[in-house]
Structures are given as C-alpha cells and as structure tokens.
Design a protein around this ligand. Sequence first.
Ligand code: GTP
Ligand code: MG
Length: 136
Amino acid sequence: SQRSLVLLKPDAVRRGLIGEIIRRIEAKAGWTITALELRSLDRGTLETHYAEHAGKPFYEPLLEFMVSGPAVVMIVEGERVIEGLRALAGPTDPVAAAPGSIRGDFGTIVRENLIHASDSAESAERELKIFFPSHA
Ligand code: GTP
Ligand code: MG
C-alpha cells in the first residue's frame, strides 16, 4: 500500500474544520492514519516542502499563511491513498473544486485551500522525510 503526507493547513485549524476533514479521511475503507500531530510549522521546513514554488508570485504569501497558526501534520496509509486523497481534496483552486470535495465544500481562496496531500509517490517519500524523519 501507499503512504501520503497530509497537512491540514492553518485555515482548517482556525475554522474548526479539522474534525470534519479527518472524518472524511477515516471514512474511506482501508485507509489508516498512522501519525498525527498539531504542529506550528517553521519557515525552513516550509521552504523545503514548497521548494518547487520558490520565486513564484504566490510563494511568499503562501509561506506567511502557512506559519500563521498551527497545522495538523499526518501520515495516511492505504491502497492508492495518494490518488484518493487528491480526489478527496479537489483541485487547488476551490472555485474549480466540485461540491463533495473538501476544497469544493469549504474552500474560499486559492491560497487558503485547507489541505495538502502529496501529489505522487516520489513527492510522498520526499515530504515524509521532511515532516516525519523518524517514520521515513
Ligand atoms: P498543496 O497540496 O498545498 O501542494 O496544493 P496543490 O498541490 O493543490 O497546489 P500547488 O502545489 O500547485 O501549490 C501549493 C499551494 O500554493 C496551493 O495549495 C495554494 O495554497 C498555493 N497556490 C498555488 N497556486 C496558487 C496561485 O496561483 N495563487 C495563489 N495565491 N496561491 C497558489
Ligand atoms: Mg502541491
């Protein structure tokens, strides 16, 4: 089976949506949360995590948003969990996200889109090492 690194972003924590989002993840048959922590992310960690976006116009506001409050950091394991979590989250821009997806139901603006989930097996391995070095 696969593992994915999931972040419930500071907007999800502030808005009291972490229970609802975790419920949707737990409801998927065969998926298991194998690590979970409420954690204030530091800039260095986020620079590593979001290195692919360095220099883009949304990069600095994204980092500022991501350090604006604690996030929930999780590992989710299961069959095809990477693809499944991306579908559960919906597209990056909540305006484009269908009702029924997390971003479609609760998202507002593209930066504050509630959840991160690894976008490939390679990304998952890289990100798990960043956020859970002892589990990697
Ligand atoms: P993550 O799971 O957080 O990585 O989101 P993603 O994979 O759906 O999107 P991507 O990796 O392309 O971008 C990372 C994050 O940057 C997004 O989740 C948004 O919070 C933010 N972001 C991406 N594109 C834009 C954009 O065009 N404008 C703004 N303001 N923010 C963006
Ligand atoms: Mg991404």
